[in-house]
Design a binder for this molecule. Structure first.
Ligand code: THG
Length: 369
């Protein structure tokens, strides 16, 4: 197979050497970096995440730092969720939209000070977007990408491992809140967060020269709990019903279509980018929604690498945007982005590389599958 590796266009994670030593088997490009996506043992890696504790190089979750006198006002302009009550030390999951109300990112916003925020972004060039909006609006802000690289510790045993490294005080950190800490002089921020439904923490390394040291600290401290390498799991995140921006969204997707309505506040100020479009869309009623798919397959099938058409009586009604063999439900599941005329319980046909397979729509998350 052809190789793809770090080069001057493809920035290197501070944890890269560690992941190579651990036997990383696949990467995916994300924010012009490489994100480990497999260590070659899918079932063992899934079990480690859902029953134990898993260590992930998610340095690709880059930060856009927003600093200066207009930082709070500017951050709000980018986010369709009301941030007026956000406290210093608190994170919030938000949808950033363009002027059409189309989602262009779903970052976690961290408030570090009254005049300092980080957008912890999904895969899309948000620094360029922020610079353009700030310049057009004449905002007094400094925008840059800081030296920050998250390392995720996920799974039911994650809290014990993070407490073994930093002390029992971390057990009091509330969901999405964060605090400063240090280990062997390595500066970090610790947040209770992460892209899994299993619980855990993200350790934001703020000195990119010390990634392999931090990795080793967790590897050793986590040994009694059987810690091992992993990555954001496509299977677990589908089972848990978590959105993948760019995977489950296209260039026309608004937050209402993908279950993000509860993070949208339509009464934020009129200068929030996209909010006027979202008010219109809400008034007219969204045309698509996101549902679960339970496929009729009896054998494991890989998830789609491209969206598959969903049809009813030969007419296209939507797309299957992701899928996997679920170890938990022992069947093939996926997400549908589909006409609001289709409802849970309805039957649809997935056109999988030209071959039709039946499926039943269901509510998300899949708790009732
Ligand atoms: N952590 C950090 N940054 C990130 C991600 C992350 N940036 C990119 C990407 N992931 C952003 N996407 C998400 C998607 C879902 C969640 C977090 C980031 C998430 N959702 C919870 C859920 O769906 O159960 C609910 C969140 C809430 O209710 O506030 O956690 O993973 N640093």
């Amino acid at each position: 197979m052809a190789e793809i590796g770090p080069n001057t266009r493809l920035r290197v994670s501070p944890f890269y050497e560690s992941t190579v030593k651990e036997g990383v088997a696949a990467f995916s490009p994300y924010n012009r970096m490489l994100m480990p996506t497999s260590y070659g043992h899918p079932r063992a890696e899934y079990d480690r995440l859902t029953k134990g504790v898993s260590l992930w190089d998610v340095a690709v979750e880059r930060q856009v730092a927003i600093e200066g006198p207009d930082a709070a006002a500017f951050t709000q302009m980018l986010c369709t969720r009301d941030l007026s009550r956000q406290k210093i030390g608190q994170g919030k999951y938000v949808a950033c939209c363009d002027h059409r109300g189309v989602i262009i990112n779903d970052p976690v916003v961290l408030k570090l000070a009254e005049d300092k925020f980080w957008l912890s972004i999904a895969d899309k060039d948000m620094l360029m977007w922020c610079r353009a909006i700030a310049a057009e609006r004449g905002m007094n802000v400094d925008l840059h990408e800081p030296d920050v690289s998250p390392l995720a510790v996920q799974g039911p045993m994650a809290e014990d491992v993070v407490a073994a490294v930093f002390g029992d005080w971390i057990r009091d950190i509330k969901f999405f809140w964060f605090a400063d800490a240090e280990i062997n002089g390595i500066p970090v921020k610790i947040q209770r967060s992460g892209y899994s439904g299993q619980g855990g923490f993200e350790i934001y390394l703020t000195d990119g020269t010390r990634g392999d040291e931090l990795w080793s600290i967790f590897r050793e401290a986590g040994a009694p709990w059987g810690i091992g390498p992993g990555n954001p799991s496509p299977v677990e995140r589908i089972e848990s019903g978590m959105l993948s921006f760019g995977g489950d969204t296209d260039d026309h997707t608004n937050p209402f279509e993908v279950r993000l309505e509860r993070y949208v506040d339509l009464d934020v100020a009129d200068d929030v980018v996209g909010i006027q479009a979202l008010r219109r869309i809400k008034a007219e009623g969204p045309t698509r929604h996101q549902l679960g798919l339970l496929l009729d397959d009896e054998e494991p099938q890989p998830g789609p690498v491209r969206w598959y058409d969903l049809e009813v009586e030969g007419q296209k009604v939507g797309d299957m945007t992701c899928g996997c063999w679920s170890f938990k439900f022992e069947r093939v599941i996926g997400f549908a982005l589909i006409s609001v005329n289709c409802q849970p319980g309805d039957r649809v046909t997935v056109v999988r590389q030209g071959v039709p397979v039946g499926a039943t729509l269901c509510d998300l998350p899949f708790s009732k599958a």
